[in-house]
Design a protein around this ligand. Structure first.
Ligand code: NAD
Length: 235
């Protein structure tokens, strides 16, 4: 470990679980009581926009009731202090990383507090509820939708992520099931480029065997311990 060590950190729903946000695959494989295909696909949005908008309205409103936990805080501390390149790639659509203070952060699956214009592609900050056919503030089309990357859609900033992974010496995956691609494949890309790979997850995931090391336990414990060790190594 040196001050020039580059780090890429992938986070998933598990890092926000201890803040009180349900993970994707809760009991029975449902997300907050809904089948994924009913709320997280372009087909669902076209078929039942009221249901889909309401689902994300509730998730957006719930953000006001949660706060970052020690795992988000620790990553923000690492981000502020790490002398080498660092990128936190989150699959989460909550805003807990940025509220903890993380700056070198990218939301590959979109954000609850953003609205996307299906007509012109503009992304605007969005705080309240979002009714179907709300007008875009830029082009005026009645086409605003939740800025969420649905299954079957291309995640954001893939070229930036791939480039960062290619330069990474350490790749860490935190609180993700390893079931959603392309994020689930990042560990293999990182290994191919020669990075050390570490998984921090509550339990072994579908991709645990792909990592050099896999530690199991709650993110609020594992992440601060890992961050402390990283910062001690370059102090
Ligand atoms: P997932 O729900 O499929 O997997 C979560 C993983 O976190 C599981 O492996 C679980 O064992 C682990 N986990 C649960 N509690 C943990 C804890 N306290 N500490 C450490 N690990 C813990 O989530 P995913 O892999 O991120 O994929 C789900 C998709 O759902 C993402 O693309 C995301 O966009 C969306 N999603 C986001 C949020 C959010 O923004 N907070 C919440 C639910 C779903």
């Amino acid at each position: 470990m040196t001050r020039a060590t580059n780090i890429v950190i992938l986070t998933g729903a598990g890092i926000s679980a201890e803040s009180g946000i349900a993970t994707f695959r809760g009991p029975g494989g449902l997300w907050e009581g809904h089948r994924v295909e009913d709320v997280c696909t372009p087909e669902a949005l076209a078929r039942d926009p009221v249901l889909v908008h309401r689902f994300y309205d509730l998730r957006r409103a719930a953000l006001a009731t949660v706060v970052p936990n020690p795992a988000h805080d620790a990553l923000a501390r690492l981000d502020a202090a790490w002398p080498g390149e660092l990128l936190i790639v989150t699959q989460n659509v909550d805003d807990l990383h940025e509220r903890a203070g993380a700056k070198r952060l990218l939301h590959m699956h979109g954000e609850l507090r953003s609205a996307l214009c299906a007509s012109c592609g503009d992304q605007s900050r969005w705080e309240g509820s979002l009714a179907p056919r709300t007008s875009c503030p830029v082009c005026g089309a009645a086409a605003l939708r939740p800025d969420i990357v649905f299954f079957g859609e291309m995640p954001y900033r893939m070229e930036v992520i791939e480039a960062a992974i290619a330069r990474a010496h350490i790749f860490v995956s935190i609180g993700t099931s390893g079931a959603v691609y392309p994020a689930a494949g990042f560990v293999q890309t990182a290994r191919w480029h020669g990075a050390e790979t570490l998984e921090l997850n509550l339990e072994p995931s579908a991709g645990s065997h792909l990592f050099d090391e896999s530690r199991t336990g709650p993110a609020s414990v594992l992440v601060p311990a890992w961050v402390d060790a990283m910062l001690a190594a370059v102090a």
